[in-house]
Design a protein around this ligand. Sequence first.
Ligand SMILES: Nc1nc(=O)c2c([nH]1)NC[C@@H]1CN(c3ccc(C(=O)N[C@@H](CCC(=O)O)C(=O)O)cc3)C=[N+]21
Length: 281
Amino acid sequence: MTVMIDGRQTAAKIRSELAKKAEVLKNQGITPCLAVILVGDDPASQVYVRNKKRAAEKIGIETKDLHLSAQTAQSELLELIDSLNDDPSVHAILVQMPLPKHLDENEVINAISPKKDADGLHPKNLGHLFMNEPQALPCTPRGIMVLLAEYDIGVAGKNVVIIGRSNLVGRPLAAMMINVDATVTVAHSKTKNLPEIAKNADILVVATGRAEMVDQSYVKKGATVIDVGINRLPDNHLVGDVDQASVTGVAAYLTPVPGGVGPMTIAMLMQQTLELAEKSK
Ligand SMILES: Nc1nc(=O)c2c([nH]1)NC[C@@H]1CN(c3ccc(C(=O)N[C@@H](CCC(=O)O)C(=O)O)cc3)C=[N+]21
């Protein structure tokens, strides 16, 4: 029997708590505000940005939409970030990734004030995370930790295998897992004997960006499988990085795509915006 983890429901519950928190802040004269910078016209990015905006509106978080052309120069983007850093009405800044090739993502993340780092990706915040004194946290890994807690899936002492070592997901998730006493393996495209290593996992997190690459040969009976992938197929339907049909019946818990980690990412972004607004007092 495989329990499907309901990210939509968990995210909805969190959002309704956040709406109350936003109300409290407003009564204190603070209107929480998230600035979202989107460079270029990637259709997937536009969908995410729209989802973020809708979630923010419902909670009572203001958003500032800054849509720049795909040809925007690095200097222009950095100037925009500087002006948002200096704008007291803005509490959180997110630059939608990936950026067009001619732009330097790391330099852009570095330019965001750590105090307004909606994504928790600034090196200072990543450093705090690695020292187990977390400040702003990356939203997708944080959403995964909250989902596991919500379903009472313990992490301490468990073998956690993370496939994928991105700055957005794999690396910060490894730190979060270490901080709660998991035994962590980070696997990636150069890893040898990947199915064998994955099969050691009590909790397997798949964040490779390769549609349905993980099937039941990677999964230990009774494991928890977290699917971080969002892949749009040519026929326009959405699949994860896990072959869900193959893994169903083997895993004890599985996150679906859509409706798993994705909605949690957005809920965590909203939570962080409120936390940053609160700290700005
Ligand atoms: N600076 C930055 N921060 C991010 O957090 C960030 C980013 N860049 N770039 C891209 C990834 C991806 N991401 C998602 C957010 C929501 C859904 C989401 O809402 N997914 C829905 C379905 C969405 C759909 O229908 O396309 C679901 O899984 O149920 C998915 C993916 C945030 N990311």
